[in-house]
Design a protein around this ligand. Structure first.
Ligand code: DGJ
Length: 736
C-alpha cells in the first residue's frame, strides 16, 4: 500500500515505550487508541494485563481525554474472564465467549493470548486513515495486526486483520475473523435478510436476545442466495429513517461468511464477522501472512437515512467500480427470446434498441456451444464458441451490426460454470468441483469450475479476454453465476481440501483483478441467478449488480428499498419486463430508480406504451445524474403504509426527483396524508411538477405553485397517488 507513514502512539503509552526498564517496576500505563470519524468514535484501550479492549463505541466526544473514563460509568457485571470486550478475542486461555480467532500451534497446543505491542496511524489522505495495532502472544511466536481504515466524512470503517507466526512448523487457523466489534446499549435490534431465487432481500427485524445469533452461508458461490452478509443493528430501539443510532455491517467477501452477534453475560453486543470457518481450517506456514477480508460498517446517530447516504457516498467514492461515472441504458433479450434466437431475430432487436432509445443491446444466455448446443440450460456451458447455426457470422458480425444501428453491444457469460454435457467437461473433468468417489449433484444442471486451480483461472480469464480480443467494440459484460457448490472437492488442492472455500474466492478475485488490469473501464454487471452475489468485494470489479430475476415492479419496490440501505442506486440494474400486472408506466418508473434497462419485446408494445418508454428514457437521461449521484431519501415506507416514496436530491439541494407508488390496491387507498420531504433547504423556494405522464393523460398536480423548503419539510406534499394514478413521478426544482 502506498501511503505516508506516521507513527502515532498515544501519550499515555510514552512511559512504556521510552523507558522499558520501568516495565518490571511499574504497571504499564494504559494505551488509549481512538479510531475516529466525523461523528463516531471507536476507542480501544489496554488493560492492566495489556489486553486490548473496546472501551467506547459511540458518538464522538468533544474532549478526547474523556474517552478513558467512559468505562467508569458502567456498572455491568458478568465479564468474569475480563475478555468480553476484547478487541480481537483469542481462545484457549481465559476467554470462554465466542472467539475471533482460534489456532492450533505447531506443537499441537490450542491456546492463544494476544497482548498489545504497538500501534500506528497512517494518513492516506485528508479523509482516509489507517490505524494498525500489533498484538502478540506472550508465549508463542504468533501475532495479529488489526487494521481500522476510517473514511472520516462518510463515517465508514473497514476493519480487517493480518495473522502471522514464526513457529517451528505450520499453525492451523481454526477461526480467523475480520473484526470483533463491541457495543454497549440497553437493547439491540437486528435487521437481517433472507431470501431465495426471485425473493431476494426479505427483511426480518427483532430484538437480539442473549446468546449467539449467526448469519452465515456455506454455499461457496452465490453467497447471498439465502442470507446476505449485510445487516443492521439499532441501539435501544429500532432506528427510523431520521432517528436513532444504527450500525450497518457488511462483509467484503464473495464466499462463505459468518457473522456472530452475541449478547453476552454483561448484556453487551459482540459482533464477530469474517470468512466462515466451516470446513475451512487454514494451514499457515511460518512467515506467511493471512489477511482477512474487510468487515465494513457505518454508524449513524441520526437514523437509517443518514447511514445509507454515508454508505452510498462511500461506495461511489471508494469502492464500486466507476462509482461516480456514467452507466449505459440497455435492452436485454433474455425474457424476450430465452435461448431461441438467430441472427435475423437479433438484427430486429438491435433495431428495436435504437428505436427505444437506449444505449446498448445485451445478448444473454444461449449464443454459444456447438457439439452440445446451448439451447436450454442442460448443455453447452463451458464451450464458449459461437453457436454456428444461431450465429453463423459470429459475435463480431453482431457488434458491427450494432455499430451500424448506432447502439453498443454487450454479452452474457457464466465463465465459472460447466454443464456436464459439454466439451469442456469431457476434456477437463479434473477442473470441475465434485467428489471423486461420489455421485455428481447439480444445481441448474451445472457444476462449478475449480477456481483454486491457476489453469482454471487462466481459462476463465481467457473466456472474457478472447471475447474482447475478437470484438474490440464489445461494450458490456453480464457475468452470471448460477450454481452453488455441492460436493466441495478440488483435485488441484490435493491434501489441502480445507482451504478450498477460501482459495476459490481468491481465485475468482485473481481473475477479476487480471481482467480489470487489462480492461479497466468496461462496464460489467454482477449477476448470480438474480441477486445471489452482491457484496462490496466483488463490486470493486463491477459497475452494477442484478438485484433479482424478479422484476415484478411491486416486488421490486420492496426489494430495491432494502438494497438501497446498503448500495447506491447507480449500482442497481433495474429492468422493465413483463413480470407483474402493472402498466408500462409503473414498470418503467420503478426501473428508473436505479440503472434503467429493458427486457421486453419492443415490437409488441402498443403505440402508447412505446411512446411512454421513449419519453421516459429521454427524461431519465436528463435527470440520471441526480438519481445516480444525488442523495437518496426514503420518504414513505411501503412496508408501513400504502404509498412508497423516494426522493433523489442533488448536492446543491436545488433539483430532485420523487418517485411515488401505490403499493396497496384496497378500496380508496392512496396518499391521504402529505409526504414530508427531507434534505431540502428550508430557506429555498421550490416548484414541484409531475413528469413522464402517460401519453394523453393530464396531471392533477399544480406545477405553478411555489412552496418553501420549510413547508415541504414540515408539512409535506401530496403526490395524489391513488388507484387511477398508481405511479407518480415528480420533479422538484428550486425557484430563484
Ligand atoms: C440468470 C440470470 O439472473 C438471468 O438474468 C439470465 O441471465 C439467466 N441466468 C440466463 O441463463
Amino acid at each position: 500500500m502506498l501511503f505516508k507513514k506516521r507513527l502515532t502512539v498515544s501519550l499515555f503509552a510514552l512511559p512504556v515505550l521510552l523507558m522499558p526498564g520501568l516495565l518490571k517496576a511499574q504497571q504499564p500505563a494504559a494505551v488509549t487508541i481512538p479510531v475516529k470519524t466525523a461523528g463516531h468514535a471507536l476507542v480501544l484501550q489496554t488493560d492492566k494485563d495489556n489486553n486490548l479492549r473496546t472501551i467506547y463505541f459511540g458518538k464522538r466526544l468533544l474532549n478526547e481525554e474523556e474517552y478513558g473514563q467512559s468505562l467508569s460509568v458502567y456498572k455491568q457485571s458478568g465479564d468474569d474472564g475480563g475478555m468480553l470486550s476484547n478487541a480481537y478475542t483469542p481462545s484457549g486461555t481465559r476467554n470462554l465467549a465466542e472467539p475471533a480467532i482460534t489456532v492450533t500451534h505447531a506443537d499441537g497446543n490450542n491456546s492463544l493470548d494476544l497482548h498489545y505491542v504497538s500501534h500506528q496511524v497512517n494518513k492516506v489522505n485528508d479523509n482516509v486513515s489507517i490505524t494498525s495495532v500489533l498484538l502478540k502472544d506472550p508465549v508463542y511466536d504468533f501475532e495479529v495486526t488489526l487494521y481500522y481504515k476510517t473514511y472520516f466524512s462518510e463515517n465508514v470503517i473497514e476493519q480487517w486483520s493480518t495473522i502471522r507466526h514464526h513457529e517451528k512448523g505450520d499453525v492451523t487457523l481454526q477461526k480467523f475473523a475480520s473484526a470483533n466489534v463491541y457495543l454497549r446499549s440497553e437493547s439491540f435490534w437486528l435487521r437481517q435478510y433472507h431470501g431465495n431465487w426471485a425473493r431476494e432481500m426479505q427483511p426480518e427485524e427483532a430484538r437480539l436476545t442473549h446468546g449467539i445469533k449467526t448469519i452465515d452461508t456455506k454455499l461457496g458461490t452465490r453467497a447471498n442466495l439465502y442470507e446476505p452478509s449485510c445487516f443492521m443493528v439499532s441501539l435501544d430501539k429500532p432506528a427510523t429513517e431520521q432517528e436513532g443510532t444504527v450500525l450497518y455491517g457488511l462483509l467484503e467477501w464473495s464466499g462463505n461468511f459468518r457473522i456472530d452477534l452475541e449478547v453476552d453475560p454483561a448484556n453487551n453486543l459482540r459482533i464477530i464477522a469474517g470468512i466462515n470457518n466451516y470446513a475451512s481450517p487454514y494451514v499457515l506456514k511460518p512467515g506467511e501472512a493471512f489477511t482477512t477480508p474487510a468487515f465494513l460498517y457505518t454508524v449513524s446517530h441520526m437514523g437509517k437515512g443518514t447511514a445509507s447516504r454515508q454508505l452510498q457516498q462511500w461506495a461511489r467514492n471508494y469502492k464500486l467500480l466507476d462509482g461516480k461515472g456514467s452507466r449505459l441504458t440497455l435492452l436485454n433479450n433474455w425474457e424476450s427470446t430465452y435461448f431461441d434466437f438467430n441472427e435475423a431475430k437479433l438484427a430486429e432487436l438491435l433495431k428495436d434498441t435504437k428505436k427505444l432509445g437506449v444505449d446498448l443491446f445485451l445478448l444473454d444466455d444461449g449464443w454459444f456451444a456447438n457439439k452440445y448446443p446451448r439451447n436450454n440450460d442442460k448443455a453447452g456451458l463451458g464451450d464458449w464458441q459461437e453457436n454456428k447455426s444461431k450465429l453463423p457470422n459470429g459475435i463480431s458480425a453482431l457488434v458491427k451490426e450494432a455499430q451500424n444501428d448506432g447502439v453498443k453491444f454487450g454479452i452474457w457469460v457464466e465463465p465459472e460454470m460447466v454443464n456436464p454435457k459439454s466439451e469442456l467437461y469431457e476434456k477437463h473433468p479434473d477442473w470441475v468441483i465434485k467428489q471423486p468417489k461420489r455421485d455428481e449433484y447439480y444445481f441448474r444442471n451445472q457444476l462449478v469450475l475449480d477456481l483454486s486451480n491457476p489453469k482454471v483461472q487462466d481459462f476463465v480469464f481467457g473466456v472474457v479476454d478472447s471475447l474482447f480480443i475478437k470484438n474490440p467494440g464489445l461494450a458490456y459484460i453480464k457475468w452470471d453465476c448460477n450454481a452453488v457448490i455441492y460436493n466441495a472437492y478440488s483435485v488441484h488442492l490435493q491434501k489441502n481440501q480445507s482451504q478450498f472455500y477460501v482459495e476459490y474466492v481468491r481465485g475468482l478475485y485473481k481473475v477479476l483483478e487480471r481482467l480489470r488490469a487489462k480492461y479497466p473501464t468496461v462496464p460489467m454487471m454482477l449477476c448470480s441467478g438474480g441477486g445471489g452475489r452482491v457484496d462490496y468485494a466483488a463490486l470493486q470489479y463491477f459497475t452494477e449488480f442484478w438485484p433479482s430475476d424478479n422484476t415484478d415492479p411491486l416486488e421490486r419496490i420492496f426489494m430495491q428499498w432494502e438494497y438501497s440501505y446498503f448500495y447506491p442506486s447507480v449500482s442497481s440494474s433495474n429492468h422493465v419486463t413483463d413480470w407483474g400486472k402493472q402498466p408500462i408506466k409503473f414498470r418503467t418508473d420503478v426501473a428508473m430508480m436505479g440503472k434503467l434497462g429493458f427486457d421486453i419485446v419492443v415490437s409488441k408494445l402498443s403505440p402508447g406504451d412505446l411512446r411512454y418508454c421513449q419519453d421516459a428514457i429521454q427524461w431519465y437521461n436528463s435527470v440520471k445524474s441526480i438519481i445516480w449521484q444525488g442523495n437518496q431519501y426514503r420518504l414513505s415506507d411501503p412496508t408501513a403504509g400504502s404509498v412508497a416514496s423516494i426522493l433523489y436530491l442533488d448536492d446543491a439541494k436545488g433539483s430532485g426527483v420523487i418517485f411515488n407508488y401505490l403499493v396497496n390496491n384496497r378500496y380508496k387507498e392512496g396518499s391521504v396524508l402529505p409526504t414530508r420531504l427531507q434534505g431540502l433547504d428550508p430557506a429555498k423556494k421550490y416548484r414541484i411538477k409531475e413528469v413522464v405522464l402517460y401519453p394523453d393523460t393530464k396531471s392533477t398536480i399544480d406545477a405553478g405553485k411555489v412552496y418553501s423548503g420549510d413547508f415541504l419539510l414540515k408539512v409535506g406534499f401530496n403526490p395524489d397517488v391513488r388507484a387511477a394514478r398508481s405511479s407518480v413521478v415528480l420533479q422538484i426544482d428550486e425557484v430563484k
